[in-house]
Ligand binder design. Structure first.
Ligand SMILES: NC(=O)c1ccc[n+]([C@@H]2O[C@H](COP(=O)([O-])OP(=O)(O)OC[C@H]3O[C@@H](n4cnc5c(N)ncnc54)[C@H](OP(=O)(O)O)[C@@H]3O)[C@@H](O)[C@H]2O)c1
Length: 299
């Protein structure tokens, strides 16, 4: 059995799988996460459908421009009130987004210092989500494309202070390159437990960052696994594999992600796709299939 940090040991979200793997269930880190970006007024309805389909990990952000965190909170409250889930079965993750990534609907005072912005945004997230603590709090992205700025480190320090109070179980960082992740891990008192990146087949599915994560027992969360890889999803080698295993291209890509130790994100708005995505658990790709997908952009 692996601990929660071990990418291959993170728990399944299908309830009977959780009960079969009690030590994973205790860590409450599901293997598949439902993402809630770009859903606007449908956020609550879709989050409820995702919970009903079996997802137990929910990703959002206190960034009104792309997410409706309060809609997620309403769905969680309804799901708990109806007895569908208990809070302790859920993995709730949200993000701190700097001013540059926000529109006018800010969850903090932009004139305040960065540590105050982080505290205000975090408090507002707890209120939106109707919870006393989060499972994971993510820095939405560094200020620059390369390297870390003093402001990134100031924000991380404020996030570490929240972690120290026990109001978030884990910290994470998103949209990072290898150099930024290495710098953060070298400087941090509390290093990230999660890295959330857009995952392109063109870069070997973020091969270098994933390798670093594996070495450090950081869980790699991959997003845009389908939308960033449209050409690869049509590749004849993938089509042959899809026909052989009798699954959809999406299921094969998500299954690949699970087998290489990623925690995939899906934000599907279709209940049939929600069920289909969770069914990526119940089949296996061969080692050779995994190698083919890993290198598919070079074939
Ligand atoms: N940290 C960041 O900066 C960042 C950025 C982007 C996203 N994210 C997170 O990642 C989540 C997922 O975003 P994403 O970029 O991966 O895209 P996504 O929102 O999951 O979109 C997937 C697209 O593929 C389609 N699709 C077709 N078949 C599907 C299937 N079987 N399963 C799933 N989708 C299928 C979906 O259509 P249907 O709706 O019709 O299924 C949808 O148009 C977001 O909601 C957010 O939480 C984070």
């Amino acid at each position: 059995m692996c601990c929660y940090q071990c990418p291959v040991g993170i728990s399944m979200d299908v309830p009977d799988e959780v009960s079969r793997q009690s030590s994973f269930a205790a860590a409450r880190v599901p293997r598949f996460v439902y993402g809630t970006a770009w859903q606007e007024s449908h956020t609550g309805r879709l989050t409820r459908l995702a919970l009903a389909a079996g997802f137990r990990g929910i990703d959002t952000a206190n960034q009104r421009r792309h997410y409706h965190e309060a809609g997620v909170g309403a769905a969680i409250a309804a799901a708990i009130a109806s007895g569908l889930v208990r809070r302790d079965e859920l993995f709730l993750q949200t993000k701190f987004t700097s001013v540059g990534g926000q529109d006018h609907r800010l969850p903090y005072d932009p004139a305040a210092d960065l540590a105050t912005q982080v505290r205000q945004s975090f408090q507002s997230s707890l209120e939106h989500l109707g919870v006393e603590a989060l499972d994971s709090y993510i820095l939405h992205g560094p200020a620059r494309r390369f390297g870390l700025s003093a402001s990134d480190l100031e924000i991380w320090e404020a996030m570490e202070a929240l972690h120290a109070t026990g109001r978030t179980r884990f910290l994470g960082v998103s949209n990072v390159g290898l150099d930024q992740l290495e710098a953060l891990c070298a400087r941090a008192t509390t290093p990230p437990t999660f890295v959330q990146n857009r995952c392109f087949a063109q870069t070997g599915w973020d091969r270098e960052v994933r390798a670093f994560c594996r070495e450090r027992s950081v869980v790699y969360q991959g997003f845009s696994l389908l939308t960033a890889n449209l050409a690869e999803l049509r590749h004849p080698a993938l089509a042959r594999m899809v026909a052989r295993v009798g699954r959809t291209p999406a299921q094969v890509v998500f299954r690949f992600a699970l087998q290489v130790g990623m925690q995939p994100l899906t934000g599907t708005t279709d209940p049939a796709h929600m069920r289909e995505d969770l069914q990526s658990y119940d089949f296996e790709l061969s080692g050779e299939d995994v190698r083919v997908i890993e290198d598919i952009a070079r074939l």
